[in-house]
Design a protein around this ligand. Structure first.
Ligand code: ATP
Ligand code: MG
Length: 240
């Protein structure tokens, strides 16, 4: 589903990503972790071409992301992305947030889009809030709307970049619950997160990055039981 092959990226003389390779199969849940500045966000943004890269290739469902001929809006419409900050449209109601891309990008009718949006809102437990505006919801609720909004496009894969790290602790669980449900339903997911409880529960694999490199890419059990690099060992010791 996602094939990342020897991807390197630099900003001027600063190497952000070096020779990163991994692949994510359909239905797989992969957690990406590692110290601050190790390149996790950059790597995940390369997957839907929010960041360019200078070497290597990334294919999403066979489409080469770095090929200038690739239709990026079309590619991105298949790749759901949820960021640390919810990034809902503040001037639009929750329903409008959930329908605008469906109508504008996918050409769905307003009725069809609303119907789908409300079903997804129900799924994340927020149907009663459809008429509200983002500013009237808590951070956890906004993040659940952001997930529903991404799902409204029927993505083939979901990318998450620390979706819970900006939330008050009591709201983390409600967002993780939605992600766990998604994972169990078979969604292909690449999640940058330090929520190791989530990783233990639903991840198939864990990728550990350090200084722009993928230094571990292991089955979950192997990663937690015996991380190979010293860097991953000390990282785990700190966060577990
Ligand atoms: P965090 O855990 O703090 O989110 P991260 O692993 O997601 O970190 P990135 O945001 O991918 O790390 O950043 C990787 C490195 O690239 C950092 O050293 C960062 O300072 C650098 N970097 C990111 N964006 C730019 C930019 N536009 N110009 C120059 N350097 C950048
Ligand atoms: Mg980051």
């Amino acid at each position: 589903m996602i094939e990342i092959d020897k991807v390197s990226k630099h900003y001027g003389s600063f190497q952000v990503l070096t020779d990163c390779s991994t692949s994510i199969r359909k239905g797989e849940v992969v957690v990406v972790c590692g110290p601050s500045g190790s390149g996790k966000s950059t790597l995940i943004k390369c997957v839907n071409a929010l960041e360019p890269f200078q070497a290597g290739s990334i294919r999403v469902n066979g489409t080469e992301v770095g090929d200038p001929r690739t239709n990026l809006p079309k590619l991105r419409s298949h790749v759901g992305m949820v960021f640390q900050h919810f990034e809902l449209f503040p001037h639009l109601s929750i329903t409008e947030n959930l329908t605008i891309a469906q109508t504008k990008v996918l050409g769905r009718s307003k009725d069809e889009a609303t119907d789908k949006g409300l079903k997804l809102l129900e799924r994340v437990g927020l149907k009663a809030h459809a008429h509200k505006y983002p500013g009237q919801l808590s951070g956890g609720q906004q993040q659940r709307v952001a997930i529903a909004r991404a799902l409204s496009m029927d993505p083939i894969v979901m990318l998450f970049d620390e979706p819970t790290s900006a939330l008050d602790p009591e709201m983390v669980g409600e967002v993780l619950d939605v992600m766990v449900e998604l994972a169990k339903e078979g969604m292909t997911m690449m999640c940058v997160t330090h929520e190791m409880g989530f990783a233990r529960k639903v991840a198939d694999r864990v990728i550990f990055m350090d200084a722009g490199r993928i230094v571990e890419d292991d089955e979950k059990q192997a990663f937690f039981d015996s991380p190979r690099s010293e860097r991953a060992q000390s990282f785990l010791a700190k966060i577990l």
